[in-house]
Design a protein around this ligand. Structure first.
Ligand code: SAM
Ligand code: SF4
Length: 469
């Protein structure tokens, strides 16, 4: 009897990822989908048999970046390099037809975020000479069809991992393309999330960050068909052996439920660091942005969160120069930043996103005004970030040691507040959580030294020394 075997020729895959953590996660899942078909990731674009641009559409110039990259790739092909080109992600979803038309002959596949599980099939179609354009939202659940990553692949990606639990958004903030590119809000079933988390922990992952465009709106179904909120999901994840830390991002203020706030008080594995974008400090602008909350409601929410978890550090997103924003509105943004005191923040100039309500609003703010406001806001948030780092000096923080540091004998890790921490420590401690006394704070990281058990509990040392031999 002869046994049939299909020999798979190894091929190289290069994925260029733009944008948010969700795209980072998606790029890994595309690599996982192609691994059984003989594709191995390469960090070198020139070595690739398949180049995928995983694009982001959040801010302007996104599609221009894609076209200029496609031009570069076309030059490589003209020089005789033979590889296939795919455009994925939110630009593909929003402007697929335009890309297929304008980049004819330079691109083989254009596909949106909901089609990644179909990638092997899309490649087969492109290999038969078809120009593939796949931007429908398929009826099947892509997560059900995406193969899990191999243990050694997960391990190679590091001790921290992203895990998408929720996709899409129904909020329709007037500046944002997400509801159009990622579609309606959906949550993955609880069992699917727990399975993936268990596999990650099994491969040695110690910290997971749950992802979603609107992650705190999570309402995945459990085995009985009951909708489970993010707080309860985190409680179930905390039971997983080996998993030391849980984070989640990005949250919308109006979905911060009592249950989730309470979880921050009761779940030790849930880290005290919350990305809770407010976008603006002006009620007039918040209303025009369709944010569904006022400044006072946001401040009251923060008070409730801090009552549950007093050491909670906050991070935020801010847009300056939304249509109609006056100097007085902008001053309200500066004042909310001062009032809250952020541990970190992401600041953006408003950019018109075609198809969103903001794009057609009158009273667009001139570019030079946006630039000046952004510089002013950046000065403030940078000072706050540094101040937060300095406030940690002298404190003992739990640090997850993740990898060798830049200097010999040094390790790099993360504090509960997501700060990069450098310490002198042996490599054998990678993967452990250590008590670290913070001794210095730089611009982008803090430094510390491991506190030994004896230093932590001097009384216990004296007691044990006093014990009879
Ligand atoms: N879901 C999150 C929330 O509700 O705040 C935000 C997700 S969005 C992918 C990330 C950030 O990009 C937003 O918080 C916003 O600050 C920024 N952003 C989105 N659209 C923008 C636009 N048109 N111009 C400038 N910044 C924008
Ligand atoms: Fe975009 Fe976030 Fe608003 Fe949804 S909630 S529309 S993702 S900014």
């Amino acid at each position: 009897m002869t046994q049939e075997t299909t020999e798979i020729r190894p091929k190289k895959l290069f994925i260029k990822t733009y944008g948010c953590q969700m795209n980072v996660y998606d790029s890994d899942r595309m690599a996982d989908a192609l691994a059984p078909h003989g594709y191995e990731p390469t960090p070198v674009m020139d070595d690739a048999d398949l180049v995928v641009l995983n694009t982001c559409h959040i801010r302007e110039k996104a599609s221009e970046k894609v076209f200029s990259e496609l031009g570069r790739l076309a030059e490589l092909r003209a020089e005789g390099r033979n590889f296939m080109v795919g455009v994925a992600g939110c630009v593909a979803q929003a402007e697929g037809e335009e890309i297929a038309r304008r980049a004819k002959g330079r691109v083989d596949m254009v596909f949106g975020p909901q089609s990644y599980h179909r990638l092997p099939d899309l490649i087969a179609r492109a290999e038969r000479g078809e120009m593939v354009l796949e931007t429908e939202f398929p009826p099947e659940d892509k997560f059900e069809h995406l193969p899990p990553a191999q243990k050694q692949v997960i391990r190679g990606r590091g001790l921290t991992a992203f895990l998408t639990v929720q996709e899409g958004c129904d909020k329709f903030c007037s500046f944002c393309v997400v509801p159009y590119t990622r579609g309606a809000e959906t949550s993955r079933p609880v069992a699917q999330v727990l399975d993936e988390a268990r596999r990650l922990a099994d491969a040695g992952v110690r910290e997971i960050t749950l992802l979603g465009q609107n992650v705190n709106a999570y309402h995945g179904l459990d085995a009985t068909g009951r909708a489970v909120g993010l707080g309860e999901l985190c409680a179930q994840l905390a039971e997983i052996e080996g998993l030391a830390r849980i984070r989640y991002t990005t949250s919308h203020p109006s979905d911060m439920s009592d249950e989730l706030i309470a979880a921050h008080a009761s779940n030790d594995k849930l880290m005290p660091y919350l990305h809770l974008p407010v976008q603006s400090g002006s009620d007039r602008i918040l209303a025009a942005m369709n944010r569904r909350h006022t400044r006072a409601e946001y401040m009251a929410l923060i008070a409730r969160i801090k009552a549950a978890r007093p050491d909670m550090a906050l991070s935020g997103d801010f847009i300056v120069g939304f249509p109609g924003e006056t100097d007085a509105d902008f001053e309200e943004t500066m004042s909310i930043v001062r009032e809250v005191g952020y541990a970190s923040a992401y600041t953006f100039k408003y950019s018109i996103r075609p198809g969103t309500p903001g794009a057609t609003m009158g009273d667009q703010v001139p570019e030079d005004v946006k630039t000046a406001r952004l510089a002013q806001l950046n000065d403030l948030v940078t000072a706050q970030m540094r101040g937060f780092g300095k406030s940690c000096v002298g404190r003992t923080l739990d640090v997850l040691l993740e990898k060798p540091g830049r200097m010999p004998g040094q390790l790099g890790g993360r504090s509960p507040y997501l700060q990069a921490v450098h310490i002198e420590a042996p490599e054998s401690l990678i993967g452990t959580v250590q008590k670290v006394l913070i001794v210095a704070a730089g611009n982008n990281s803090i430094e510390g030294k491991i506190v030994t058990h004896a230093e932590r509990n001097p009384a216990s040392v004296i007691e044990s020394q006093a014990l009879p031999a």
